[in-house]
Write a protein that binds this ligand. Structure first.
Ligand SMILES: [Zn+2]
Length: 161
């Protein structure tokens, strides 16, 4: 916990013999929720997990192990939150689960389908509507500047110099 700024801030206020008792960096913290017992910091009977590898280990234990089998955000939170706590726990779990490679590869999307692509409306006059795209290396002979200005779907291709 030596580098955990939040834990040090809390400990400065709840442990009377800490030498570095200073002004609170987070004045809105309610330090009455915290207590120090057996070398561990607790918040309302939940173990505070310090910043860094311990949080990742708790999350991996509650999400990655075969016995839990890559639950979603809510079930992973249900496994963590009865015993552990740290600031922004939900956000941490959401980011971890959304970035889990196994979940991204194996779980099917549960939202409605995106629907069909809609064609662009046909412009009434030339140059009324243009689309721009710059292709670094397009098909055909290379242009001197190496960049191709293209108006996709409009039949206009101009070499950009
Ligand atoms: Zn996963």
């Amino acid at each position: 916990m030596a580098t955990d700024e939040f834990a040090n801030d809390v400990l400065d206020h709840i442990v009377p013999d800490r030498a570095s008792c200073s002004q609170s960096k987070n004045p809105r913290n309610d330090y009455r929720q915290f207590y120090w017992h057996g070398g561990f910091l607790f918040r309302q009977n939940l173990l505070y997990v310090p910043n860094g590898p311990p949080r990742l280990q708790v999350l991996q234990h509650c999400h990655d192990t075969p016995i839990v089998g890559h639950y979603g955000v809510h079930k992973t939170l249900e496994l963590i939150s009865p015993q552990h706590w740290w600031p922004h726990l939900r956000q941490f779990v959401e980011e971890y689960v959304c970035s889990c490679d196994t979940c991204c590869r194996s779980k099917s999307p549960r939202h409605r389908s995106y629907g069909l692509l809609q064609p662009l409306p046909i412009p009434e006059n030339p140059w009324k509507s243009i689309l721009l795209d710059f292709i670094p290396s397009g098909p055909g002979p290379p242009c001197p500047s190496g960049t191709l200005f293209c108006s996709p779907g409009r039949g206009i291709i101009i070499n950009h110099q």
